[in-house]
Every structure is written in C-alpha cells, then in structure tokens.
Design a binder for this molecule. Structure first.
Ligand SMILES: Nc1nc2c(ncn2[C@@H]2O[C@H](COP(=O)(O)OP(=O)(O)OP(=O)(O)O)[C@@H](O)[C@H]2O)c(=O)[nH]1
Ligand SMILES: [Mg+2]
Length: 380
C-alpha cells in the first residue's frame, strides 16, 4: 500500500511594531497559531520597527529584499502579514516576492470557511470573503494566478475568485436575502427562549479560552473542544439546572480575537446577536495566557462595538491548572469573578453557586397582599 501525505504549505510571518514590541510579538505568535490552525507550517518570523506600514510594500523596501532572500532560502510557499493589506501592498509584494501574499484577514476568513458547518455559518463566511475580495480585487487579481490551493482558496467562494465586482455584488445580494431568511428563523427561536421566562446566559470570550468546554461540562452538550482557534462558529443553546434548582439556558458563541476583521463582524452580526439578547454574560478567560489583559480588552471592545453593554457579567478565569500560583487576575467590568479549571473540574462547584447568586441578584422580590377575588383572576 502506498501512503500519500499532502504537503503542508510553508510560510514566513511578517509584522511591524511602533512602540510596543512585546505586543507585536504576542500578535505574531497568535498569527502563528492561526497559521497552524489553517494547516500551514511557519518557517520564520520577520518583525520590523516601523511607526506606520509602508504604503506600497507594508514593510520597508530593504526588509522586502531580506524577505525575498528568506523565501528562496526556505523555499517558502508565501508570506503572511499580521495586518490587513491594501490592494496595492498585495500587488507589489506579490510582484517582488513571486509567492503567495496572505494577510491576517484572509487567514482568519480561511479558518472560518473551513470550520463553518451550518447553512447560516457558510453563508456568513461567503459574505465576508466576497466583501473582502470586492474591496481587494485590483490587488488580488494578479496574485490569484499564484494561488494553487491552501490558505486563501478554501470556502464556498473558491470557484468565484476570478469573478468581477458586478458578479460579486449580485451574489452578495442573493446571500443577504438567504441570511435574512435564516436570521428570521434564529429570531423566532430566540423569541421562544425569551418567552419561556428561563434566563439566558451567553458564553462569550476570546477564542480558545474554554467556552465550549464550559457548556460541555455543565450540560454534556458534546460540542467540539479543540486546542485550535475558532473551533466553534455556530451558537448552541442547552438547558442547565443549577444546584439551587434554578434553570438557565446557556448559549456558546463564536470567539473573539485581536484585529477581528470588520467584514466578519458585519457578516456574523445575527449570530453574534445571541449575546445581545441574553440576560447575563458569562465571560470565559484563559487565565494562564500571558496576554490575558489584552484578551479581555479585545472582548470588551468587541462587545461595545456590537452594542452589547450593561449586562450582568460573571467572569471565569479558566485554565487555572496551567496558571502560576502568584498570577493576579481581576476584571473590573465583571459583577462576579471566579477561578476554575473547566478541564479538571476545579472550581466548578463555586462557579455554579456564583452563577445562581448572579441570577438571584437580577431578580426582584415583591411582597403583595392579594384579595381572594384578585388571586382567582391571576390563576385564570
Ligand atoms: N489545561 C486546560 N485546558 C483547558 C481547560 N479548559 C479548556 N481547555 C482546553 O482548551 C482548548 C480550547 O477549549 P474550547 O472549549 O474549545 O475553547 P473555545 O473558547 O470554545 O474556543 P473556540 O471555539 O475556538 O473559540 C481545548 O483543547 C480544551 O480542552 C482547562 O481548564 N485547563
Ligand atoms: Mg468553542
């Protein structure tokens, strides 16, 4: 028997930093994780100190030459830049380097395309991809000839890469209609949940923080948990009964990330709206990640962008089995915080107790004396 293994693409990661090198390094290591999630290998990382991206080649001219040498030395299939590139930057870099030029947005869109499983998820990803392509046609048009397969070519839009703006616009119109129909179905489902008087909690957080692990451990939902970014794209809701006897509906949602493409936020609005209509938010944070502070800032920034504010928040600092003893974790936006390891079960009991407390806090108790006749009318 002959075993064949498809060859993994090799990439060079490229980033720039103004005054915060640590932040840029963290962003590049996240870009590396994204590349691995998309099934690619990373050969090396190039970081340049530059206040603003170079308008024509993203990095400076000398750095491009350096990258061209690295591409030849490593026999790399392409480069991945840590920001969204302009059409001009894509075209110039493709011309000079003669390999694939990918940016952070294409990479994230590609992962979403690979992970979308429901009809709604697929339509949303295709919408975001087409909007990106419509705004980058002049740049990617030429680079397309180099796209044999792999990153940037996956997803429902792959056969339409060479279509022109008008065709894209027409297709976007069709997609909008389809998404509208599906979001009506989602709205009806949500209305039923809201009418049921059982409180709804949306599980939000940075990607890979442990949101699905939480839903699985509390309800046995059986959702895919993976040490990969954006494992979950489609919301799942399950009923959970707390030890105090209260019932609560928990909804797992798509994770957030630094520099989440605007096209994706727009396209996924109806999915992300699940959190908008929830009674409370459960914010799952990877407490063991050195970037915990900036991850929380990204989550609250994205929630503000989606106009999801003013809700009671329970923050779970998760993965405490991996965090150092002396790590200081606080969240000033949260009403209640709890430390836990959802994988080992540590702190889950306390978490359920605090969730119950938060639900009670949200309830109003009123004492009223009713005349017998009025009581009858209430029960009628
Ligand atoms: N060590 C450790 N790993 C954990 C813990 N909780 C979750 N994980 C792991 O972290 C990874 C990500 O967990 P998920 O539940 O898929 O994370 P998510 O937030 O749903 O991620 P996305 O859906 O990709 O946004 C998985 O490999 C989990 O097994 C924990 O308490 N400790
Ligand atoms: Mg998940």
């Amino acid at each position: 028997m002959i075993y064949t293994e498809s060859k993994k693409e090799k990439y060079i990661l490229v980033g720039i930093f103004g005054n915060d090198e640590d932040k840029a390094e963290a962003s590049l290591s996240e870009l590396e994780e994204l590349a691995h999630t998309a099934g690619a290998d990373v050969d090396c990382i190039v970081l340049q100190h530059l206040e603003h991206p170079n308008a024509s080649t993203y990095v400076g001219k000398g750095k491009v030459e350096e990258i061209a040498c690295l591409v030849r030395q490593c026999d790399a299939d392409g480069i991945i830049c840590d920001d969204e590139l302009t059409p001009v930057q894509i075209r110039n870099l493709s011309d000079i380097l003669d390999v694939k030029v990918i940016d952070r947005t294409i990479l994230i869109l590609d992962i979403f395309a690979a992970h979308a499983s429901t009809a709604e998820g697929k339509l949303q990803v295709e919408t975001a991809q087409l909007r990106y392509r419509a705004s980058h046609l002049s740049g990617i048009g030429k680079a397309l000839s180099r796209l044999g397969g792999g990153i940037g070519t996956r997803g429902p839009g792959e056969t339409k890469l060479e279509t022109d703006r008008r065709t894209i616009r027409r297709r976007l119109g069709v997609l909008n209609e389809e998404i509208k129909k599906l979001s009506e179905v989602r709205k009806n489902g949500r209305k039923k949940r809201l009418d049921s008087s059982i409180p709804v909690a949306a599980i939000v957080g940075y990607t890979n923080a442990g949101k699905s692990t939480l839903l699985n451990s509390l309800t046995g939902a059986g959702i895919l948990e993976e040490d990969k970014l954006f494992a979950t794209l489609d919301p799942t809701t399950r009923l959970c009964t707390l030890p105090q006897g209260q019932e609560i509906l928990l909804t797992d949602t798509v994770g957030f990330i630094n520099k989440l493409p605007h096209n994706l936020i727009d396209a996924f609005k109806s999915t992300l709206e699940e959190a908008k209509y929830a009674d409370i938010l459960i914010h799952v944070v990877d407490g063991s990640d050195p970037g915990v502070r900036s991850h929380m800032d990204v989550v609250y920034g994205t929630l503000r962008e989606l106009e999801i504010t003013g809700k009671p928040i329970l923050t779970i600092f998760n993965k405490m089995d991996l965090a150092g003893e002396d790590v200081i974790l606080r969240d000033d936006n949260a009403d209640i915080t709890v430390k836990a390891s959802l994988k080992t079960g540590m702190g889950v009991e306390q978490l359920l107790e605090k969730l119950g407390d938060l639900l009670l806090k949200d309830q109003q108790y009123i004492d009223i004396i009713l005349l017998y006749g009025r009581m009858i009318s209430i029960y009628c």
